[in-house]
Design a protein around this ligand. Sequence first.
Ligand code: SAM
Length: 212
Amino acid sequence: MEFTHELEQYINGHILPEENFLNELERETNLTCVHPRMLSGHIQGKILYMLCKMIRPKRVLELGTYTGYSAISMAMALDRDATLHTIEIFDELDGIIHKYIGKAGLQDKIHCYFGDAMELVPGIDGQFDLVFIDADKRKYPDYYELVFDKVNPGGYIIADNILWDGKVADENEKNDPQTNGIITFNQMVQVDPRVENVIFPFRDGMMIVRKK
Ligand SMILES: C[S@@+](CC[C@H](N)C(=O)[O-])C[C@H]1O[C@@H](n2cnc3c(N)ncnc32)[C@H](O)[C@@H]1O
């Protein structure tokens, strides 16, 4: 089945509606930021929201905030005492991220960090029930090792873009460093006896990993 624009519109009309501030964030990202396609958007945002409602994590870690759409979507689903920690390497995004965290009223729930996730994660104390990996595709294998011990048993690691536009299954794309990073990550997860995993084949694919 081809995922047409009409089908996307149909899905948009049959799921939780997008809040005005998220719609505004998407529009502002499109107008003012480079690579706006990176933003999660309505459907993926609501999938992340619902996964958080199901998992009910007390602490969430996100690698790759971009303009904050996925962070806000997940944080909206969290229980009152739960928090989300999100890391973004480009600190110029600080203004737009905080503007929309404010509009969503989530200032007390979302903690933003600016810098390289590889350097910052070891300094963030405490364990997590859910880690959402959505930063540099070349570093997915490193991120997996970086966060693994910080995930509680029974907790989840969710990685976005793990089909990478279908390139992971294309022999001609194997020399591309981003494709290669994702292929290595997918294989690491697949052979890791400490976890169970499934691929959610929506959009660019999400790997859902549960730590035993
Ligand atoms: C795909 S976007 C994230 C999209 C966002 N999670 C959403 O769903 O709306 C990836 C982001 O990761 C950031 N990034 C890349 N490498 C990073 C690193 N080493 N540490 C932290 N952030 C990084 C990029 O600057 C970019 O904003």
